[in-house]
Design a binder for this molecule. Structure first.
Ligand code: FMN
Ligand code: SF4
Length: 437
């Protein structure tokens, strides 16, 4: 098992909410070093050596994305730090903003320096008031201490960060929707290409980077890309912050685990008891995540191994479902919730996810047939294939993993019984009411 230790300082030790406390812990070493002794290309070089991948879900190589904007010839370039936490149950972005706001500011400043941007946006969920207040105070303090503004730390580099608070549901975290919101337009995902790195804010090259991704930059620049590789795997160096949720703790806890740590060990690190008698399934990836049987808990937490078994890093939530969970009911509830979050731009996503939920409702109401399973299998293919953004691609994960790993639950319902005895019919209720009338 790879070595694990606290790295982003969000859960252990005191919160670093004052400029001096952060500086005393070595804060701003990387930024000072970059501004005085490194060119933007050298900063990018360290990020490339580090092999840092985006923590927002897709795992894109950060150095490659930043390079596209760094090399673009343009009047202006912009950086957006995505600290939205689209999945309401994730506390990763808010805990970073709350407990280590100067790390986030330093990370933004380093990325802006690497691409040549002097304007950045910090995009947060406005309902996370403690996080918003913490970062607001830190931005003011950083400005006063010349870590932001004109001529940062006496250099020739300027940076202004604008705080944007938004409260608009799941899709507001998706990068093309997020840029539409900042532009003051309706929240709809956009066709790509052109990618934001070519045509973003004000029609200029723009990088959207997750807040945890950026929080890794100070360390990489201060200690070097090779040092960063000491944790994690060859393909995914470093650590990941995760929100672990279980029935006794719906709010969950935040843990930091090196990529490659087995799911079982992540749960142990969070102090969560897992056994057949208490847990039916482990959902990996948050709202669009998939459900796994306990037999797969030896899988390493990493992008590709998770994808191979049908789940995702997504919003980096790991959730334990109680032993009496009916997985058809679970997939129904998840699909219906996701259907309400679709932005509605593409038909396969807008209609398909709703049809999945409706078909599953029929099955839990003992009205399902074998044909419904075939229909669901078709939807599981058509919805991702016809979707414009990652939301539609992943919205079928609850369905596909429930059908793959918990097929017996579907069979039981087709035979008229709920496997755990918890399901109340959804449709039969309506028919019964009709009958009485
Ligand atoms: C439905 C949906 C919601 C998303 N929500 C977030 C979010 O809350 N925070 C985030 O950083 N990325 C989110 N993403 C991913 C972003 O679109 C984008 O890929 C990411 O911010 C890029 O940063 P990274 O390269 O550092 O990961 C979401 C994507 C989708 C499809
Ligand atoms: S896949 Fe869904 S959420 Fe994404 S653009 Fe299409 S309709 Fe909107």
């Amino acid at each position: 098992m790879p070595e694990t230790q606290s790295y982003l300082l969000t859960t252990s030790g005191p919160a670093l909410t004052s400029f001096d406390a952060y500086a005393q812990q070595g804060g701003f070493t990387g930024l000072r070093q970059a501004l005085t002794t490194m060119t933007p290309a050298q900063v990018l070089g360290e990020l490339r050596t580090a092999g840092l991948r985006g923590r927002g879900g897709a795992g894109v190589l950060t150095a490659e994305k930043l390079k596209l904007v760094a090399q673009a010839v343009a009047d202006e370039k912009y950086l957006v730090c995505n600290a939205y936490d689209a999945d309401m149950r994730s506390a990763v972005a808010s805990s970073l903003l709350e407990r280590n706001p100067f790390l986030v500011i330093e990370g933004i400043a380093l990325a802006a320096y690497a691409i040549g941007a002097t304007e950045a946006y910090l995009y947060v969920r406005s309902s996370r008031t403690a996080a918003a207040e913490s970062i607001r105070a830190a931005l003011t303090s950083a400005q006063e201490r010349n870590a932001l503004g004109r001529g940062i730390f006496g250099s020739q580099t300027d940076l202004n960060i604008t705080l944007v608070g938004v409260e608009r549901g799941f899709m507001a975290g998706e990068e093309s929707s997020l840029l539409e919101i900042i532009k003051g337009r309706p929240m709809k995902a956009q066709q790509r290409p052109p990618y934001p790195t070519e045509y973003g804010l004000q029609g200029q090259p723009t990088v959207v980077q997750n807040v945890e991704t950026l929080a890794n930059l100070p360390m990489i620049v201060a200690r070097g890309g090779d040092a960063f590789r000491k944790l994690g795997t060859e393909g995914s160096p470093g650590t990941k912050l995760l929100t672990v949720i279980w029935p006794g703790s719906p709010q969950g806890v935040i843990v930091e685990a090196a990529f490659g740590t087995r799911l079982r060990d992540v749960l142990a690190k969070a102090g969560v008891p897992v056994s057949e008698s208490t847990t039916r399934a482990v959902v990996v990836g948050g709202g669009e995540g998939g459900a796994l049987p306990l037999s797969l808990l030896d899988t390493p937490y990493d992008y590709e191994p998770l994808e191979e078994i049908g789940v995702i890093v997504g919003s980096s939530i790991i959730e334990l479902l109680p032993a009496d969970t009916c997985m058809v009911r679970w997939a129904t509830n998840r699909s219906n919730t996701l259907a309400r979050e679709s932005c509605g731009k593409c038909v396969p996503c807008r209609v398909g996810v709703k049809r999945i939920g409706g078909t599953l409702e029929g099955i839990i109401s003992s009205l399902g047939t074998q044909d419904d399973l075939e229909l669901l299998t078709d939807f599981a293919q058509y919805v991702p294939d016809g979707s414009l953004c990652g939301f539609g691609v992943n919205a079928v994960k609850p369905l596909t993993t429930a059908m793959k790993y918990f097929a017996d639950d579907f069979t039981a319902h087709l035979n008229g019984t709920c496997p755990t005895g918890v399901c109340e019919p959804v449709r039969a209720h309506r028919y019964a009411t009709k009958h009485v009338l």
